[in-house]
Design a protein around this ligand. Sequence first.
Ligand SMILES: *[C@@H]1O[C@H](CO)[C@@H](O)[C@H](O)[C@H]1NC(C)=O
Ligand SMILES: *[C@@H]1O[C@H](CO)[C@@H](O)[C@H](O)[C@H]1NC(C)=O
Ligand SMILES: *[C@@H]1O[C@H](CO)[C@@H](O)[C@H](O)[C@H]1NC(C)=O
Ligand SMILES: CC(=O)N[C@H]1CO[C@H](CO)[C@@H](O)[C@@H]1O
Length: 832
Amino acid sequence: MRLAGIALAIGLAGAASSNPHPRSLESREFFALHIDAASSPDHVARTLGARYEGQIGQLDDHYTFSLPRDQSQDFAALLDSIKTNRKLRRRSGENIASGADSLDSIILWSEKLAAPRQRLHKRAPPPTDDFARRLNAVPDKSPSALQKDVASTLGITDPIFKDQWHLFNPSQPGHDLNVTGAWLEGATGKGIVTAIVDDGLDFDSYDLKPNYFAEGSYDFNENGPEPRPLLDDDRHGTRCSGEIGAAKNDVCGVGVAYDSKVAGIRILSKPIDDVDEAKAINYEFQKNDIYSCSWGPMDDGKTMDAPGVLIKRAMVNGVQKGRDGKGSIFVFAAGNGAQYGDNCNFDGYTNSIYSITVGAIDRQGNHPSYSESCSAQLVVAYSSGSGDAIHTTDVGHDRCYSNHGGTSAAGPLAAGTVALALSVRPELTWRDIQYLMVETAVPVSEDDGSWQTLPSGRKFSHDWGFGKVDAYSLVKQARTWELVKPQAWLTSPWLRVHHEIPQGSQGLISKFNVTADQLKSSNFDRLEHVTVTMNINHSRRGDLSVELRSPSGIISHLSVARQNDDANIGYIDWTFMSVAHWGEPAVGEWTIVVKDTEVNGFTGDFVDWRFNLWGEAVDGAKQELHPLPDEHDDDHPYEEAHVATTTVQPAPSKTPVSNPDDHHDRPINSKPGEPTPTQAADEELDVVNDGTNASDTASPTSTAVSDNYLSSYLPTFGASKRTQVWIYASLAMIIVFFIGLGVFFQLQRQKRRRTSPQDDYEFEMIDDEDEMHPMTGGGGRTQRRGGELYNAFAGESDEEMFSDEEEKPYHDGLTNIPENDDEDGHLLSEKR
Ligand SMILES: *[C@@H]1O[C@H](CO)[C@@H](O)[C@H](O)[C@H]1NC(C)=O
Ligand SMILES: *[C@@H]1O[C@H](CO)[C@@H](O)[C@H](O)[C@H]1NC(C)=O
Ligand SMILES: *[C@@H]1O[C@H](CO)[C@@H](O)[C@H](O)[C@H]1NC(C)=O
Ligand SMILES: CC(=O)N[C@H]1CO[C@H](CO)[C@@H](O)[C@@H]1O
């Protein structure tokens, strides 16, 4: 079967010159190379004795080469030695000039291509019987007079428009996209193309045919120009397409942008490799404006997976060169794994600064229990829950579908809204669109305790992003929006921590100071995204949580503890992202707090981190484009941490001191995936130990740092460091009665006195957020107990409706890919 597929594909590929694949995987090995712009790929192929297979999509100077399998080992070794050489030359300060004829001057980057994998899956769980039953229980909605009025004014005769509550909701007024006003003012998406990157698009559907854009379409699974759904299960892409571009006619309903075009890019129906995925997300990127992506790595609460270097490069390439330099708009579904404790910051697509991450809200304004939270979530849009789902087009000439759901259905509604905005202001850049989302999203459930008020006056919630998409106000603001200047960034050095992470409610903190001078020399004006890249080695990844606190006291829960995540590898060069600091003043002390939330036998070290601010340039004219992302290079220079350790213990109320050797002592968990609640009033702080520092001596190793863990003048009781911590923990609880906060602040002041002015960061241990965050003591982020929000509508039981248990990882009949981990910890994934 597979061979037949390949043979068919070879036939088709013959016609598509831009796509000289597929690759004969049985006999040959494939390599992706980035070569110097001055060299020709043919020349490189001759020099290397490899076969040139073609350019990698729209990535300049990136090509695929192949060799027979029996020669590939030597070739891989050659590429490795070139990498090593480049590293050595760089380390010795040599400027590796371009144009030189040695291979290590020509080959800038290389990667042996992994075989195609089924990593990515749709994020629309299939409906269950239970769902169907409950759907029937929803009382009939008769179209309101107003709805009829809108329909007749706009000439909408589509039979299911009356059921498309997400466009106009007669039963729960206000719980819709608020789009009809935008249509009435003429914004219907004309001239804009959205590519639905998915499992195909049924361009024979009478509802989609009028708006189908063939030029922007391609089938990367079968290597052909037409993204026709072929498998039984290939319905998801068509349903998503209908949400955006279903025509105004007498079939089914209408799309949000019913005069826009939709293209289909089929990638989810078979395993694909990084080269094809990179091509897919840049496919016809001068003609396709928006890429709607309702898929991602598995939402099982234990996967942590990001796109490979080629795909990351393609995304950057898309925002830098797509749409004639204004940037492709990538819209991603946040993920459906909330009830498994999943969080969209563990997904490298949704937590990319280049994507708009969209979670879900249901027709009653509730937070569906499947919809993941995270600091990278920009907005929410309507989807299934509270007994209804999204009504849209299905595969078939005139078939409609009433059960479309999950965050899969939310993403396309946001994408359709972007199409409306671009149709009135085509010159908006990818960042303008993100600004407009931030500016016009409408906060919901503002008293649920999840919202923080930002210095900009806007509100942000890890559950809702900046709120729900409002099409009318987004389009309205788009008309007059002043375009933002190019993107600038500020990158910290790698900050070496190398310190054991304390367990329980303590935290290990490390700080980085951003100065006005640094911003100035980075041409940096207004803050947008913040990213933190970090390495932690830990024997149980799911025990970890990470917060970022801004100089203004805003907290991003970059990572949350995940009950299901047993991986024993910690975080390896993982980049978390936050949009919670949008518009904040960037100058001041940024603090990262790493916690090992479970007192058990699983431990680890915070190794190092770096911090990036992304925002608007001061002077657009002198701002360059960010270089393409590279793979992690452990050769980077470090700044040694200036160490001051402080242990702080909780007041003797909540967390009993448990036996540190008890591996299974897990406190009752809060709602999985929920940001750690602020424990403001529950804990008192006490400083047990003063600061000491690992000075910049000859070899400031991690051991040296660890030896200062508790300062040496305190007795060790001959016990291990961990036990010492617990002994001092108990002491601390007694001491807390006798030392007031005044003493605490006194000590804090002393500790903070800089001993080494060139160091602009330090780390220490704290237990409680509010030591860092006096602002939220009263107002700010309010108390949010685990499970509160979700319990509020536990009766709704969307878990059953859109449980990932119902879903099987997406398979077609042709492949036989295991459903679980592959060996390097990159996991296969699931539908949204
Ligand atoms: C929804 O659209 C109407 C115009 O149809 C507008 O007046 C209203 O302000 C919009 N709602 C919000 C919350 O912006
Ligand atoms: C983390 O790294 C340190 C030093 O490299 C090592 O001693 C420790 O055992 C590692 N811990 C885990 C959990 O891998
Ligand atoms: C950051 O700068 C402030 C003000 O100069 C100083 O008080 C603080 O100690 C610095 N923090 C770090 C981590 O260097
Ligand atoms: C314990 C320790 O190493 N203390 C050092 C901290 O840094 C100051 C200034 O760099 C040194 O004078 C201390 O000896």
